[in-house]
Design a protein around this ligand. Structure first.
Ligand code: COI
Length: 348
């Protein structure tokens, strides 16, 4: 791998006690290019602008996918990346559906390790902080004919981050707009899934909510995700989360939580469709104990209010409830406080 180091680190310009998610970038980035059916050798170089003409394919047709993952500072002083192999596989899942070339998994794994290693000083040491890693791929051919790009760029940038949302989240059940549809691209991390959500989220904000709970495209009956995260509820001491489908992103945090809950018998788990009507009935009956989003950026984000057709249902956000217990199990594993029996951490 070709490595060109920066001649002047920017690390002293960063206030690590005041990080705003995804706004500051470490010294280096990784870039690999695809053309004529082959990936080039990746190159690590100083973080900085790329240059394109306005004909660049992604700007027009959006063959663009990304991943989100984190590197943590661990108790023994090493750095650990959480389940990067799962991100490599999911990137390729997105690539196949978006008709983009797959990236060899070893290029992804070796590239991400080398990049984090070179900027290891950028991994924050504070509790609930991490180095957020953003691998992404986009079509880079320079033509506006409506056909797939022939060239692609794979890039990884990294960004030191603190907690994603400050505090609890007020959400609204979305019954007008949809995030995804059967046969669509909802299970991929394509850029358009996020761009397409901004308008609905903005509308919810105007009504005083921070995020939406997405429901199915047909009848808006089934709960699917919340904001950019998978969603789960604790009803009658049971953890309930919608099953994966081609409309729902296979979250790595979601998968890790399900694995821990099942293996450690923390709570009864049900991975099954859940209707808005069931959620509202549970809120009215007082059996809805907790609600939360699960994702890489926020890990677990407790939902304090669910708005449905003009009524706000308050939900408990206990500090000693299931959400916080699950978060602690994950955090302890990631920091090395408890044994990583799954070999989820790639340490160096
Ligand atoms: C996540 O919850 O990890 C996300 O996908 C959020 C990201 C788009 C910032």
């Amino acid at each position: 791998m070709k490595i060109t180091k920066t001649s002047k680190s920017r690390i002293n310009e960063v206030d690590f006690s005041n990080l705003v998610f995804g706004t500051q970038f470490s010294d280096h980035m990784l870039v690999a290019e695809y053309s004529e059916g082959k990936w080039s050798e990746p190159e690590i170089k100083p973080f900085g602008p790329m240059s394109f003409t306005p004909a660049m394919h992604t700007l027009h047709y959006g063959q663009a996918i990304f991943e989100g993952q984190k590197a943590y500072y661990m108790e023994d002083g090493s750095i650990g990346i959480f389940r990067p192999d799962a991100n490599a596989k999911r990137l390729n899942h997105s690539a196949r559906r978006m008709f983009m070339p797959e990236l060899p998994e070893d290029l992804f794994m070796e590239g991400i390790k080398a990049l984090v290693d070179i900027d290891r000083e950028w991994v924050p040491k504070e509790k609930d902080h991490s180095l957020y890693l953003r691998p992404f791929m986009f079509g880079s051919s320079e033509f506006v004919a409506a056909r797939p790009s022939e060239k692609y760029i794979f890039c990884i940038l990294t960004s030191p981050v603190g907690p994603y949302y400050a505090g609890n989240v007020k959400v609204k059940v979305e019954e007008t707009y949809t995030r995804s549809a059967t046969g669509g691209v909802g299970s991929t991390k394509c850029a358009g899934n996020y761009g397409g959500a901004f308008y609905a989220t903005h509308q919810a904000k105007e009504e005083g909510y921070m995020q939406v709970i997405w429901t199915d495209h047909k009848n808006h009956e089934l709960i699917e995700e919340s904001g950019t995260m998978n969603v789960a509820f604790i009803i009658n001491d049971t953890f309930i989360t919608p099953p994966l489908s081609d409309r729902i992103l296979g979250g790595i945090t979601r998968d890790s939580i399900l694995t821990l809950l099942r293996d450690r018998n923390i709570v009864k788990v049900e991975e099954r469709p859940i209707k808005v009507e069931e959620l509202v009935a549970a809120a009215e009956a007082g059996t809805l104990q907790e609600a939360f989003g699960m994702g890489t950026a926020a890990v677990i984000s407790q939902i304090s209010t669910i708005g449905f057709r003009g009524t706000d249902f308050e939900v408990g956000t206990p500090t000693d409830g299931y959400a916080m217990k699950i978060k602690k199990e994950l955090t302890d594993l990631r920091s090395g406080k408890t044994e990583d029996t799954y070999n989820w951490m790639v340490k160096f």
